[in-house]
Structures are given as C-alpha cells and as structure tokens.
Design a protein around this ligand. Sequence first.
Ligand code: CAO
Length: 441
Amino acid sequence: MTGNGIVPPSQAPWGQAGKALDGVRVLDFTHVQSGPTCTQLLAYMGADVIKVERPGVGDVTRGQLRDVPGADSLYFTMLNGNKRSITIDSKNRKGMEILERLVKICDVLVENFAPGALDRMGLTWEHVHELNPRMIMASVKGFGPGPYEDCKVYENVAQCAGGSASTTGFLGGPPLVTGAQIGDSGTGLHLALGIVSALYQRNRTGRGQRVLAAMQDGVLNLCRVKLRDQQRLTRGPLTEFSQYGQGIPFGEATPRAGNDSGGGQPGWILKCKGWETDPNAYIYFITQAPVWNEICDVIGEPEWKTHPDYATPPARLPRLKQIFDRIEQWTMTKTKFEAMDILNKYDIPCGPILSMKELAEERSLRDTGTVVEVDHPKRGKYLTVGNPIKLSDSPCEVERSPLLGEHTEEILTQVLGYSEKEIAEIRTSGAITAPEKRTAA
Ligand code: CAO
C-alpha cells in the first residue's frame, strides 16, 4: 500500500491475484433457498463461508426432494457449493459459546430465519454488534416492516405479494407463478449486493451494519416495469399490450399480458416445426422496429414494408395478433434452431424456448462454467449452476456442497483455536452432536 492508501496494481498474472472476496469470512446461518443462494454467491466470489447447521438435522433441504437414498438432495447440493459445514446446537449453552466466538471473528452473518428466531436464540443485532462492531448482519425476511413483518414466507408467497403473479399469465386466466425463483434466489442476489456494499462502506467507517432484503421488495424490484405500466395506465391504454389491438378495455391495474414483451418492442412466443409433439418447439420473436424491413422479407410479406397498415410501429400496434399469426406461419416451417440461424443473420432479436434438458446438455454453458459437473462422495456426479457473474481476475472454481458437519472439527481447531481437550468437552456437552449420538457417547 502506498502512503495515500492506494494499493499498486498487482503484478500477478490475471486470475492469479486471489479471489474477489478473499479474506471475508461469512457466518452462514441460512437455510432453504433464499439465504443459501446469497452465501453460495459469496463463496463463489472467494469468501470463506461457514454454514452453521443443527446437529443431526442440518438444513431441511438436505432431505427434501431426495432422489438418491441416503444422499443430500440436489436441492441442497446445488445451493451450498463452496461452503464448509459446522454443526452447532444454538440452544445449547456451549453451542452458543462457540457461536459467539464465531461472531467475533467473522465479517458477515447471514440469516433467513422466520422473524424473531435469531432474537430468540439470543443473537440480537445489539448483542452481535457488541461482540463484533465490524460485523455486517444480513437478513432475508418475507416482508419489510409493516403489517406482514411477522409472517413466514416461501417463494410463491413472495411472487404473489410482490406483484409478479398478478402480472403473469394470460388475460382472463388466473394469476400465475413463474419458474424463475425470483422470490428466493432473486432476494438472495439482492442481499449479496447489500453485503458487498456494506463491506465496502466498512472500509471507510470501520463499522458493520444491518442489511435487510425483504422478498416482497425484491420481487417488486424485479417487477419494476409493471409498476411503470400501472402509472402509465392512468394516462391511457397500454398500446403495446395485445389486448389493446384486440379492443379489450383495460381495468384499474396492470393486467396479465401473456407473452407480450414488457418493453417498447412487441414480441410473442411462436410455434416452430415440431410443436405438435415437442412442448418446447417455440421461439420468442421480437418485431424490433429497426429490422422491420428484414422481417417482412424473411416471412415473405415484402409489401408490408410500405403498406400504411404495417410500415410504422404505431400502425402495427392495433394488429399485432394478425402480424404474429403471419410470422408464425413462417416459424412453423422451421425448427427453433433453424429459425434462430436465419433471423440472426438479419439481426432480428429472437430466442429459442430451451428446455432444461437442452440447457443441461448445452456445450457453451459448460465451457463458460455456468453449468458445472461436480463429484459428491455420497451421490456421485451432479450438475450445478456455477457463478453466473464472471470476474476476469477472480475465476470461480465450483466445489461440491459439504456433508453435514464435515468441517466441524477443522473449524473448531483451525478457525477458533480450540484445543483437543476443549473439543472433547464440547463433544460431551451435546453442542455439536445430535441427541441420539449424545446418549450413545
Ligand atoms: N440449533 C438450534 N436451533 C436451530 C438451529 C441450530 N443450529 N438452527 C435453527 N434453529 C431453530 C431456530 O432457532 C427456530 O427455533 P424457534 O422457532 O424455536 O425459535 C427453528 O429452528 C426454526 O426456524 P425457522 O422458523 O426459520 O424455520 P421454519 O422451518 O419454521 O420456517 C421459513 C422456514 C423459510 C418459512 C422461515 O425461516 C422464513 O420465513 N424465513 C424468512 C423468509 C425466507 O427466507 N423465506 C425463504 C424460504 S425458501 O428460501
């Protein structure tokens, strides 16, 4: 470091100057999906993530949706890579002593318990801050302060409460939840950004702070364009919605828009060759204005380039359904990949509807480390999603998830400095072992 506090550029080759979050130690008190998504990302970025789990039980997802008897589920393994696992009973006196020692040496505590659970354990913000004023205490909760703050929340509840469900689905149909886990994984992502920002601020202030990401807020943030439309609605109909062209009046709230594009360039999902038997033989097609002439040529309607009903975006808006029906006549003569090849030659924005099978097999996703195969001692090889965020000087090596309590002794000795004798005492206290084992000991 120079006299003005600026670190001179590393001379190490790119990718060999350590990891982005090297030196950051995370006390990971998370479970299920939202919190683990966040801490797995921090681990991918190089943080030392110590996952605290209840002895004998662990994160409930270890046993949920199990596909291999006796092995941790994919639900767990795909959300807890690159972490270490320690078992501690927080309701055991000795267990709390260990936890407090961890609090003193960690930089970040992440949790997503039901409201009040951490306080009931005794780990209130005040206590944590007193033990370690530099600690960043980050929480996922279902709702922020307000009428629902005490509620337990799962993914789909957040999708419904955050505005996603009311704006997803087809007009006239019921609200729908989406496959993307915007409530859980989306909020985990938001929390991770809050944590790294707080770490950055701590460099200046020297103190930690609380970080809260409420699932309702995270979903609403991802539904920002729908709140945009809500306000536009007060000034007139949403002309880019298909229902406008169909002459269906708008109500008081942003409606469900089927597969309409959420932006200013109309789009829709269209059938491709094979749709009768393949549920994913579809393509998303955007009639982007700058390439309208090319679209007309490709689909064999060159006169639409100058016809007053089709030549300009405003003229097309009332007849989007008819236009997409015509484009579909063309896409149905091609497979989704043939259509992609042709359309991309003309810079026409489009995207194939890819199944999970196709994504799992996609070579380029393997090559970039977005889909990674890892080996696990109990379940064998499995696929996981690697770090979707690529840092040019902090490459990510994806490691398997830990077995329950796999690193308990390692953390007690190497991180917390407990002696062999102390560990023997801890073991008999029941702080790190499940009740059955305690009786047997
Ligand atoms: N040792 C001892 N006790 C432990 C422990 C440990 N290591 N780890 C957890 N516990 C205890 C907690 O102290 C709590 O006990 P009390 O209720 O007696 O105080 C108990 O385990 C259960 O915690 P919980 O209430 O968080 O768990 P739940 O299964 O009842 O609820 C969930 C799950 C997800 C609905 C709730 O945690 C929640 O609403 N979290 C916030 C929102 C959220 O993240 N939702 C996303 C869920 S999917 O990602």
